[in-house]
Ligand binder design. Sequence first.
Ligand code: ADP
Length: 817
Amino acid sequence: MANKNMQEFQNSEEGRIHLLEKLPLIAFEYVFNQLHSKGYFVKLHGQTEEFLGLRPEILLQNADAFFQLISPADLEAVKLLFESPDLTLHSCAFRCLQPDTSSKWLKVKLSKTIDDDRMIRSTGFISTPGDLEHTIMKNEERFESLNSLYNLILNFSSLLAQSPIDEIHHSVNEALSQLGNYAKVDRVYIFALEPETDLLNNTFEWCNEGTNPEIENLQGIPYSFVPRWKEIFAQKGHVYIPRVSEIDPQYEVEKEILEPQGIISLLALPMYYGDQFLGFIGFDSVRHEREWSPEHIALLRLAGEIIAGALNREKYERSLLLAKQVADDANRAKSEFLASMSHEIRTPMNAILGFSEILINTIDDEKNKGYLQAVLSSGNTLLSLINDILDLSKIETGQMEIMSEPIHIGSVFNEIVQIYKSKAQERNLSLDIHLAESFPKVVVMDDVRLRQIMFNLIGNAIKFTAKGGVSVFARHQFLDADHRHADIFITVQDTGIGIAPENHEAIFRSFYQVEGDNTRKYDGTGLGLSIVHKLVNMMGGEVRVESELGKGSSFILAFNAVEISSAEPEPDAGYDWHSTSLNFEQATILVVDDIEFNRELVKSYFLEFGTLRLIEAKSGREGVEMCRMHKPELILMDLRMPEMNGYEATEILSNDPETANIPIVAFTASSMKHDEALINSLFDDYLRKPITRNQLINCLTRFLPHKIQHTTKHPKISSQDELIPDLKAKHLIAFLKEFGRELAPRLEILKELLDIEMIESFLADFDFLCRQFAIKEFESLTNRLRQDALQFDFESYQRHLTTLSSSIDRLKQLAHK
Ligand code: ADP
């Protein structure tokens, strides 16, 4: 062709198209209708089929076919380039998906115009990037891919770290599935090595859709079958087999294992936990060969190690749980053994003690009496040890129930003082209770257990104090405006021997006793505080100690969010007996109650009656035995007891001609009103807990022969502010007269001056006067005044004196009505 003709041809439309068809690119014209969001190719020339694998006619008919070839990661950028009215966008690169699921990089360049009717017209080229561009793109792609692998690992590592042990397996499967989808492989799995047998087991497996699982076939493979792997893993290296078919014949066994699974290419990475080889994680390709960059391998290895960490945590936690289970079982077995042993020992012990006691009263020989005394006191020590063990085993075997019932804190404290006051007096110790002002009267707690706790703590405080005394402080903090809940704090403080800091924790352990300088001079079992600690915890509270050696100790109980009840405590009805007013004839009374506190309380009420002998039993069964042995004059029987309850024991005794005539009085818990009919039919009388001294003595007078020397009869006065309407005016006038004559002038002086000696003598005389007239209502006020004077709390002292003075004035008004 002549040159001129050639130039004409090239300049013509036909010539340009001819040229375009020859170039390594696709030239296109594309129109996008913004109104309908629809686009189409108007012209296409060049290497459409080579680049995109589609004939131009197809794309001219359906532009979407083009967009469907674009990797989802790049689609948005390409769409923006073709469809956005932004004329500054000229080019972008994208991955074009190939039929074999791989992709290749292409780039598109265009220029755009926009018509009046909002049509965007683009003219441009799609071509392969140049070498440099290609390298940059490849790097970007790798960076992106590593980044998403990194994020994926980050995600599942937090999932694995947070999974509770029962969910770890599920999370590991989830991690394998994410890795498999990411890496576009066909199978991801974990092999764990059994170190004892050197066998490999396939423990986890994820398979791509259409790939057969192999986990069942891959159990118990000797690690020695793959010596090359063993060696590589020992060096912390990885195994990469690009083509299974090309494995060196010397590793024939590998081929035999891998080929039946259809594996073409494989990567296996060791899983170490510290220096311990746990197994490996593997990635199989069954469709095509797979290449891995060193960075990918490093990250996948990290993934394997994170999974190994989680599996190791699971193993460790399971072994801990198992160990705990074993220890708990052993502990429970021990407690059950102790409980049944204790029951077995208690029965013969009661016979030993009962008969020793009978014997001691019948023999005269002092030496033999001494021996028997030793039997009795060792027997009693043994019995109290057994009782503590029983309590502890009950707690440990979960047999101790915590009840919630309205209890009158004031009466708990009063009874505690009642039990311990003579012991404190014997040792010349003070024992006082300080209830904070407005302390709730009735709280919902476990009455029995609170008493048991206080009983232990105050018992210890007295035992370990030689000088000074014991104070109990109760304070509260309301948690809501209508005072329905409060945190309650009770402190038992003593001025005793104290506890060194290093023993503050240990004393709450079972059988722990602080060793003294020489040998121990305090008796005890070392179980009391352990029981206290466990009971307080069961009641949702805490106990701690503050103590300094030689200065004293404070045991602080904290109960959170205790419910406050508006129920009023039951009034203490009946006569108020003076100890001097009654004389009982010689009698033996059997108290059957599993709670030591209750037995001690009854005992303390009897102390003043030298003629009454008290014997105790801890269960219905023991009660029956003791009754048969001692034939008491009266039985006080608790109803709720382990082993044999009060109803059963009473049935047995009533049906036995030898004991049928012994009167039995039931102790009932206040919540058991509905059982009244049954109680009335079975028992001679009943007393509702908490039992007050008056109620008990009233009851005794009904069954035991006695003489009344002088009685002052008046109804119970329930509170200080509530004046005494029924108090006989005469009686009151006599009291006031006495007061006015002797004490009123002294009270006036005391209002001006805080003199300890003077207040003490005033209070002693005032107490005496009150006792003479059986007026108990000033008891707590005089105690407070004593305390104020001792603490030089002048403000509180004056307030209490004013209260005393105005109470007397109100009595005067009442008496003269
Ligand atoms: P026990 O009193 O029967 O020995 P506990 O469990 O009640 O057993 O107390 C354990 C030990 O804690 C006691 O042996 C004693 O060494 C010490 N301890 C308890 N209470 C006090 C206290 N108030 N003052 C000094 N030491 C105490």
